[in-house]
Design a binder for this molecule. Structure first.
Ligand code: ADP
Length: 925
């Protein structure tokens, strides 16, 4: 093994001559420990990539002497003891401020590279669903203009370093979550407000253009997905040359859709990055978040933390809710404590309409929301925390405004209508009036706007958008402060290196008509699914900027294995680790020195760890792209200093916990103060940087610029041949009549494709709907899909047909999401005797229309007398197969009677009760 970093680099087998480091590496020269990868959206565009590749072949490849000539520091020196390198920060600034395609050097694709065929990792069911699904949307390169000249790009530099975008990302729609130290439970997969998307389509037409010429590929930088699959991210990684690893620990970047396992956290090497902090459910669980903020209201005063609607956790606080209700009448919005995407949410006028036996969060309903053209809207903003101690928070310059499809009306008669009162895309997309903006540059059309478009719109109307954004920044900082204490102590216990964790949170904010922002919830793993060019533009820029800002170290495999060895030595010699304190020795010596001088000492009096923090904060800031740092800024200590412990700078949210709780046996520090001092008031003078209030607000108001048109086309549905479908249907019906059966997997495949067709009809043509039948089926079947607004008696409520269809389609969509996930576990690995061969059956499924699917399901049920699409073949208490009427939609009509009613009757009577009282209670909000 190499004995030092310099040896590691010298001995590296990696050929670096392909590299023009300031294009794809920043913050330090290749081989230095600050060097990190750069991510840009322009290479997501296959055409741009091709152009660049052609250009590069005509140019001389970069001179090897461009590659790091500095001898990297010896490995004996620990990371924190390195001197602050301002030159690399400058270099990074330069690199990032250049137009993205200024000089990008590509080699021709290396034929020898082991391009992984990702489609082979897809289960047959997923493949089939991907081929089949016609509702899938994507962005294609059709009509894409080549990226513009570098001069034209300069405007973009002010904002982010992104430009042309062209990816093929399916809109996706499900989530999973879990907790560290809590076993992820499938049945309780909503345990957090994660919106993580298992992406239905993991491949695309240009997947072969893998970034084999990128530094990351040569350096064998790897990523690992865990309980998540986001096409946007996969694409970004792939084109930048990162490869996927299946290994448990040998990743450079771990991206999980759930909280981190403590074991993984404990063993992270300094170069490894993970996308969550431990215990961040303190922020992302609705009930935890509210409790943390409520504690701050008691401790610091309501006026400082009046940022969330008054809420109660039921059933525990049912009495308090009644008291509050008697004081200020409802309505109240009821949310399952741990769920997302509008699932299970409903609004009541009075607490006695709330079921008593479930854990729910009941919040004061804000009846006077900000409306755009009469439609209620809310905001999704993206917040990046790269460190909790010191606290470093960025807010992405662009966010998304979600509008409800139905015009807002305060009348209590309308409380049932989620398409009027809830702004979730996952609900409103099922409404037939939902409009998607079809042009990325048009940001104020349809039911999804950008934040900057909203700000410009409000400004035009004379609103004080400056103050609005300051209030939003304030709300974000306070929410993080309220939850930070627990997270910091978890980091100290479980995270070995200061840079290991980062987290992107999705903040949902409702603005009322006095322009006061209210925090509704914070999402773990905010959805990166896209359904429009606008979505794609915002989310691609966001993710590329996030990865660059966070910084994936550009270490060679040799350097990494050197670190691994070093860290395993350190780990084995250290029983109880002090997180954020890397291998001891001289950092401790200097800490003593700093103790004498105080935390706010000059740079050269800082401890090794403090120097690392400061250097890192500077580098990170220089790579921030479109991220706006909102903590620290020049006045954050003045504004929030009171909420921090005076000795150690930790945000204190419990009255009993004093600073000594956080005193480590090794050193007492105040990183927040140190950072603020060194960034903003060194030598006693307030240093000016460009992070001023004015600059920040200006940045939020500017449109996210891209310099090429972003075509968004609906991915063409798989060409289905009706005739072939009919022919194959005949073949299948013949086989079934002759005694062949469907396997459970085939039956479930058929059933989900059939329900998908039904769902599409509900959304596209509300008149031609079967809502009642579907509702009856879902109500009886249960399976975690509960009617959010209890609309069993909806027909009596004279609910508008479009909204009713949207609600039923949404429920069916939720059902299908779970159903498809479960179907994965039935995959056939071989053809069973007496069953229909899978290859022939897949052919049929590929071409089958709804009526073909229905015919097969009907005949199979009639002939076999079993319902493998609903019940296990040898399951207990399976109800008898009902007679299935012949003719169109006969199967659908019989569907509810295929489910036994046991176990659901109680639920339904509860909902009936709700509606009775609801009908009586016609009050105005
Ligand atoms: P979810 O995690 O399921 O999306 P949210 O808390 O974000 O739950 O709420 C969903 C929607 O409900 C929001 O988009 C918002 O429009 C509406 N909403 C939530 N809480 C309130 C409230 N207190 N007052 C008014 N509307 C609310």
């Amino acid at each position: 093994m190499p004995s030092s970093l310099s040896d590691a680099l010298t001995n590296s087998s990696v050929s670096l001559d392909f590299l023009k480091q300031d294009d794809w590496i920043t913050s330090g020269k290749m081989g230095s420990r600050e060097a990190v990868l750069v991510f840009r959206t322009n290479i997501l565009n296959p055409k741009t990539r091709k152009t660049l590749s052609e250009k590069s072949s005509a140019q001389t490849l970069s001179d090897p002497k461009d590659i790091d000539e500095e001898t990297p520091a010896s490995c004996e020196k620990t990371e924190p003891e390195e001197k602050t390198s301002t030159s690399s920060a400058t270099c990074s600034n330069e690199a990032l401020k250049e137009p993205a395609q200024r000089k990008i050097y590509f080699l021709r694709n290396n034929q020898n590279c082991d391009k992984s065929d990702k489609s082979k990792f897809l289960s047959p069911f997923k493949k089939l669903m991907n081929q089949y699904s016609s509702s899938d949307t994507s962005i294609s390169s059709e009509g894409e203009e080549p990226a513009r000249s570098s001069n034209e790009n300069k405007s973009r530099v002010l904002k982010t370093n992104q430009n042309a975008i062209n990816i093929s990302i399916a809109e996706s729609s499900s989530k999973e979550s879990g907790y560290e130290s809590i076993k992820p439970d499938k049945s309780n997969s909503n345990a957090d407000t994660s919106e993580e998307d298992p992406d239905p389509e993991a491949t695309s037409e240009d997947d072969d253009e893998i970034g084999v010429n990128m530094p990351a590929f040569k350096l064998k930088i790897t990523y690992k997905f865990h309980q998540t699959e986001t096409k946007l991210l996969r694409k970004l990684f792939t084109v930048h040359g990162l490869t996927e690893t299946q290994g448990e620990t040998n990743f450079n970047l771990l991206w999980t859709g759930v909280h981190m396992k403590l074991d993984i956290l404990r063993n992270l090497a300094p170069y490894q990055r993970v996308n969550h902090f431990p215990r961040s459910y303190e922020l992302t669980r609705k009930d935890r978040l509210y409790k943390n903020i409520e504690r701050m209201q008691h401790l610091r005063g309501m006026k400082h933390f009046d940022i969330v609607p008054q809420s109660f956790v039921l059933p525990l606080e049912a009495r308090d809710l009644m008291v509050a209700h008697n004081k200020h009448r409802g309505p109240w919005i009821v949310k399952p404590a741990a769920s997302s995407r509008g699932r299970g949410i409903f609004i009541v006028n009075s607490p006695d309409q709330i079921p008593q036996d479930e854990q729910v969060l009941v919040s004061k309903y804000i009846v006077d929301p900000l409306c755009i053209d009469g439609h209620k809207c809310d905001l999704r903003v993206y917040v990046l925390v790269t460190s909790f101690d010191p606290l470093i928070i960025y807010l992405y310059e662009e966010g998304i405004v979600r509008l409800a499809t139905v015009r807002y009306d305060r009348h209590a008669d309308n409380l049932w209508n989620p398409c009027m009162h809830l702004c979730n895309y996952s609900i409103n997309k099922y409404h037939s009036d939902y409009i998607r903006s079809s042009d990325a540059q048009v940001e104020d059309v349809g039911h999804k706007w950008t934040l900057s478009a909203l700000l410009r719109h409000l400004k035009y109307q004379g609103c004080d958008t400056h103050q609005l954004m300051l209030n939003i920044e304030d709300l974000i900082i306070k929410a993080v402060l309220a939850c930070a204490q627990t997270i910091i102590s978890a980091c100290r216990m479980f995270v070995p290196n200061g840079n290991n964790c980062f987290e992107l949170y999705g903040f949902d904010i409702l603005i009322d008509n006095s322009l006061k922002p209210w925090l509704l919830e914070i999402n773990l793993s905010p959805s990166m699914g896209v359904d429009s060019p606008l979505d794609t533009k915002v989310k691609s820029c966001l993710m590329a900027d996030l990865l660059t800002c966070v910084g994936i170290p550009a270490y060679s495999p040799e350097m990494r294995s050197h670190y691994d060895q070093k860290w395993s030595r350190f780990r084995s010699s250290s029983c109880q680790r002090q997180a954020t304190v890397p291998p001891p020795s001289s950092s401790q010596k200097s800490s003593k020195k700093s103790k004498k001088k105080g935390a706010a000492a000059h740079v050269n009096l800082l401890t090794g760890e403090e120097q690392r923090i400061l250097r890192n904060a500077r580098h990170q800031y220089s790579r921030r792209g479109g991220f706006v740092r909102i903590f620290p800024t020049d006045d954050t200590m003045q504004r929030y200093g009171n909420f921090l412990d005076s000795a150690n700078g930790i945000p204190i949210s419990t009255p009993t916990v004093q600073s000594q709780t956080f005193q480590t046996p090794i050193l007492q520090h105040n990183y927040n103060q140190m950072l603020h001092f060194n960034l903003y008031c060194q030598d006693g003078r307030l240093s000016k940087d460009d992070n001023t209030e004015e600059n920040r607000i200006e940045q939020y108001e500017r449109a996210l610029e891209t310099d090429s048109e972003i075509p968004f086309v609906k991915k063409p549905a798989m060409e289905k041949c009706e005739e072939e479908g009919r022919r194959l249907r005949k073949v299948m019906l013949k086989k079934i009549s002759a005694g062949s059966e469907l396997t459970q997997f085939q039956a479930r495949q058929t059933f989900s494709l059939y329900l998908e067709s039904v769902m599409r009809r509900l959304t596209e043509d509300p008149k031609d709907s079967h809502e009642k039948i579907i509702l009856k089926f879902l109500n009886k079947f249960g399976g975690g899909v509960k009617p959010p607004v209890l609309f069993r008696n909806m027909q009596n409520l004279k609910v508008a047909s479009k909204a009713r269809s949207a609600m039923v389609a949404k429920l069916l969509g939720d059902f299908l999401e779970n159903y498809k996930r479960d179907t994965e576990s039935y995959v056939d690995s071989f053809d069973h005797f007496g069953m229909i061969p899978s290859s022939a059956y897949n052919q049929f499924l590929m071409h089958a229309q709804e009526s073909d699917l229905e015919a097969v399901l009907t005949l199979h049920t009639n002939v076999t007398g079993i319902m493998p699409f609903l019940y296990n073949r040898c399951g207990l208490s399976v109800p008898p197969t009902p007679p299935i009427p012949s003719g169109l939609h006969g199967f659908l009509r019989a569907l509810p009677s295929m489910v036994s009613a046991s176990g659901t009757a109680r639920e339904l009577s509860k909902y009936d009760g709700y509606f009775k009282s609801y009908d009586k209670d016609k009050i105005f909000l």
